[in-house]
Design a binder for this molecule. Sequence first.
Ligand code: FAD
Ligand code: FES
Ligand code: FES
Length: 1367
Amino acid sequence: MGSLDHEEELIALAESNEAILYINGIRHVLPNGLAHLTLLQYLRDLGLTGTKLGCGEGGCGACTVMASYYDEHLKKSVHYAINACLAPLYSMEGMHIITVEGLGNRRNGLHPVQESLARAHGSQCGFCTPGFVMSMYALLRSSEMPPTEEQIEESLAGNLCRCTGYRPIIDAFRVFAKSYDALYTNVSSASTPGGDFVCPSTGKPCSCGSNAVTNRTSAENVTCGNGYKRVSYSEIDGSSYSEKELIFPPELLLRKTKPLNLNGAGGIKWYRPLKLQHVLDLKSRYPDAKLVVGNTEVGIETKFKNVQYQVLISVIHVPELNTLIVRDDGLEIGAAVRLTELLNLLKKVVAERDAHETSSCKAFIEQLKWFAGKQIKNVASVGGNICTASPISDLNPLWMAAGAKFRIIDCKENVRTTLAEDFFMGYRKVDLTCSEILLSVFLPWSRPFEFVKEFKQAHRRDDDIAIVNAGMRVSLEEKDGKWAVSDASIVYGGVAPVSLSAPKTKHFLIGKSWDKELLQGALGILKDDIFLSDNAPGGMVEFRKSLTLSFFFKFFLWVSHQMEGKQSFTEGLPQSHLSAIQSYDRPSSSGIQDYEVMNHGTSVGFPMVHLSSKLQVTGEAEYADDTPMPPNALHAALILSRKAHARILSIDDSGAKISPGFKGLFTSKDVPGSNCIGPVVYDEELFATEIVTCVGQVIGVVVADTHENARLASRKVHIEYEDLPAVLSIKDALQSNSFHPNTERHMKKGDVEWCLQSGECDKIIEGEVQIGGQEHFYLEPNSSLIWTMDGGNEVHMISSTQCPDKHQKYVAHVLDLPMSKVVCKTKRIGGGFGGKETRSAFIAAAASVPSYILKRPVKITLDRDLDMMITGQRHSFLGKYKVGFTKEGKVLALDLEIYNNGGNSLDLSFAVLERAIFHSDNVYDIPHVRLRGKVCYTNFPSNTAFRGFGGPQGMLITENWIQRIAMELQKSPEEIRELNFQSDGYVLHYGRQLKHCTLHQVWDEVKASCDFSKAREAVNEFNLHNRWKKRGLAMVPTKFGIAFTAKFMNQAGALVHVYTDGTVLVTHGGVEMGQGLHTKIAQIAASSFNIPLSSIFISETSTDKVPNATPTAASASSDMYGMAVLDACEQIKSRMEPIASKYKDKSFAEIARACYMERIDLSAHGFYKTPDIGFDWVTGMGNPFRYYTYGAAFAEVEIDTLTGDFHTRKADIVMDLGFSLNPAIDIGQIEGAFVQGMGWVALEELKWGDPAHKWITPGFLYTSGPGSYKLPTVNDIPLEFKVSLLKGVPNVKAIHSSKAVGEPPFFLASSVFFAIKDAIIAARAESGYSDWFPLDNPATPERIRMACADDFTKPFAISNFQPKLSV
Ligand SMILES: Cc1cc2nc3c(=O)[nH]c(=O)nc-3n(C[C@H](O)[C@H](O)[C@H](O)COP(=O)(O)OP(=O)(O)OC[C@H]3O[C@@H](n4cnc5c(N)ncnc54)[C@H](O)[C@@H]3O)c2cc1C
Ligand code: FES
Ligand code: FES
């Protein structure tokens, strides 16, 4: 075979050519030795930090860049979006990479994509923003025609945003869509032919709707609800900007692709052969070599499963592996063909060939629609998917069912063919020897009366791996006037270690007539054909089994539907059964925002865009991890416990010490100060000493020269443990009396016991509510850079935190330094949501130890999986209620016990429990109340603050029993809600009397806006005619108390400097985390000085400017810091007043200069403490809150009762925010909170190794990344999303009559939960179940499907079955 000759030829070729890569038009020579690097690492090391690392596993899109290459066959450059975090650096050789920095910037002008996003309020924290910009840009560059709105939304499905709720992003990009092109020439029309609204200000379509706002101070000034002018697609490809567009580098047009032979750290060899023969030679020389195409599997294995491959062979450029041939008998698809290319070809053949030939092709097209995000599909290969042999591969069941054949070639160039059905041999085991590779796949055309169909159910429809999927095929032939099965194949994924054929079912089907008898018989056999043990990996056993039957039932109906009208086919399909087979095609979503501008001065009240928006859309905005590493700096990685509860017997660090780049290892004995830490109670150890109390507890810290080397060294520390019994759920804690000390709370009103026994209650119900936790999933993982100054006399740090004060305190405490010598600065953070209030501080403190001892800068940035694993989440809760009520539905008594899962340290869990208790009435008048709560101690990482801080859990328990009362009385929950509403004057269960209650107004407004009774009728009508799809709706109110419940925290400081050029620098104690705090504060300062917003600058939050600052939390920061800043501004103004009154016609700058000349102090410290609050837990009386923010929401959903799939059709929200300081930002907060809340109630499920999930190692978090933990994507938001601010309701209790907004809207997403429950009620009624049933939060597809009890669930679960939940 002469393999060595070829090898030498390869080496020779490679050595004669340099590896190059163009980045943003600039040529880079790639040195040898970097085969271990991803493109993202390389870009960020170059200082191109606009491209972010959000997850490192292809699941968030924050790292999206555009790759371009010259296609010699097409004779043009091809552009596509990729995830830089998964792309091996050398796989990009010879390409042009455009990052966000290559589009536009503030100095040279923004690209229209950037401009539109910035103006449309499409960025909040901004961490996801460059990724969105690049996805959109790549779509435009790769489209010959302007894309449709649907294509735009589809192309964004691989990008996550945790802040915005996506609506403004879609609006920003919608203007580039084809559907609107004609409109740009027809400005005068008031609406589009489709009835879309045309903005009166811009003359272009937009989502401000007919409710465009009127500025009260200048009534003639009608503006678009979004307050910005839109740009059009034509501006990107035809006009001035295109001159600045980066062109494809001419060198790459001419350059021939060369083979490569390069190396990387740890002896990795990277080959890029260009001929099949070279691939085979290499494979013969290195039998264990891995072929790489998209690296979407290999990349995950090396990063997360710690697998090291020594030889990697990139086969992207091998022609024989890239064939796409349309043959007479079917398609020949090369193994390296990328999924996007396959999809394009399939679409083409479906359009061109007879319909009966392309049944399989259509099934593949449908399946690929729900396969990963665009960035993955653009690089992942057919062969990579097949050879990975994942049991949940979406395509393998289809290859098998469709009768595909795989061509395999060995090193001697012998080719053999095997049926796909015979290829998969076991868990990730295929019929390939070390000397073989997959060459191509042959997909035969389907024949007349042969039907192929795909099925998939995942946690989330878009960009998610399957829970169960399937490929099914049946061939029918007419015999004796009946249609009988001549051949069949039924294959499932997700039910075994391998894609699994159902052989007995197939055998049964063949020869049978296609009728109901066949269906019943097949279902009966399928039950036994697919076996899943109770503790099967992946869990959800009952759901998975039910899905196998549901899919077959759907297949039966679908084939019957295809056959309808065929001669002698008699198996008619009832109209209502069509609902089982209608596929979900998501139309583009739309939004309406309705508000009025109540302006005050130059800025307050206007819908100003976020002050950082331009920095964010251009990637210029810096986050902690973007800070350049100082000379001599080291990277830190944590040594973590791998046991839930254990005694540490020994720590062996010898492996770490000889690891590459190792510089030091530090444990508790090295801590200069105290090893005991905690935000309230010091019940945590910085580094565990003798006992570990959760998986992920920090035992020590390693520093090394690179992030990778630090990680590697930390993994080499070997720890011996002695296991101790662990408490792994709330119920475990109750059984073993495991509570955090002194965390019991009681509150009462009236006399519950008397009421429940008095006979006044017509009915008394008792029950439990289980609520799962939620991961914050801020897009920016925790990060800190720490350094010492003056020989170690001072410590400084830049941290991603909502509370720099806590970082300062913790670091001073563990280093035994006075706080005055420790400074923490935070410029902005990429989202926090409560997760960076306290749980970021121990990370900074851990890294401060090596920095202080070695006197070297140390950076620590957590990988996403670790961040999720160790930093705690929203508390899971258990509520046990007893409620008495009248037959009309009036609630008389509530006896409630609530427990939250605190984890292994107290952190903020007690305050979270307290807030849950305060909010346990939601908005209802309950004469007799008894509330008792305790914080459970469990062996999980400490749970912590998360938007709503226990309030939503308290209110969700309430709404659960409200909904149950309605079912008991056969009334609507909305009726029960209205009957029990609180009003002005009502005395709450903690003695406070309600004033300025706007509950009735927000409720009535939503009810009118959604036309509730009409919506109800329409839903009932739909449900009547659709057996397998059901719609549901719900309206839910909320009342959220504003203030920190700990009185001392309700204080705020600010520092304002006026400079002689008339500009103003404001510093305050609050952190900008995307919520627009700095923008609102700047508006307040600008209005106070009566100067333009552009004259105000807020640089950062810093403990040396404003001391002892309370965390940016509790929704109260605009209220508090706004007042503190106003106080400082007013002080300066009063000092300036004598000069200002003298120079009335002078500018602010001139007056400032004149003041300076008069030696007037132009700097002031402002302070504010929230008045009239305080609560006494001994008496249970007081004013814990300054005021309440009210809101109400309507939601309508549709569920697929056979699979649990759902989507939200409509959401309509009304919030009372007083006179909004900035309605655009406030609407962004509402939309973002609502969508985050939708995640909590329906998508996001944390799965821990606990009694409910025995297949997970005890104490471990299984869902530790975006691959397994599913946030809402752009395609999960309500199709119609309306947000209105209540008008004409000034709030007398807060700055400029505004109200706080951050947390209050979050709970309104429970309207989606109750709408789902409403739909399930309709489904259960069809099976004869009309009683109340439990539905735990979140209502995931598993819970929805199992609650829709029917014949397909009956064999596996009772009708009131509760799927397992980590609580
Ligand atoms: C974020 C994300 C989302 C995903 N979503 C889905 C999904 O929805 N559905 C789904 O099914 N999968 C999904 N996957 C898995 C993904 O489809 C597969 O990882 C992908 O198809 C593999 O292709 P690749 O080219 O990237 O493989 P690579 O990682 O390059 O290679 C994978 C494996 O295949 C081997 N291989 C590749 N080509 C050959 C060949 N010709 N002969 C022999 N061996 C070969 C490689 O050696 C390697 O072992 C997802 C992955 C990620 C990261
Ligand atoms: S960082 Fe690459 S997809 Fe998340
Ligand atoms: S703005 Fe999208 S994650 Fe923050």
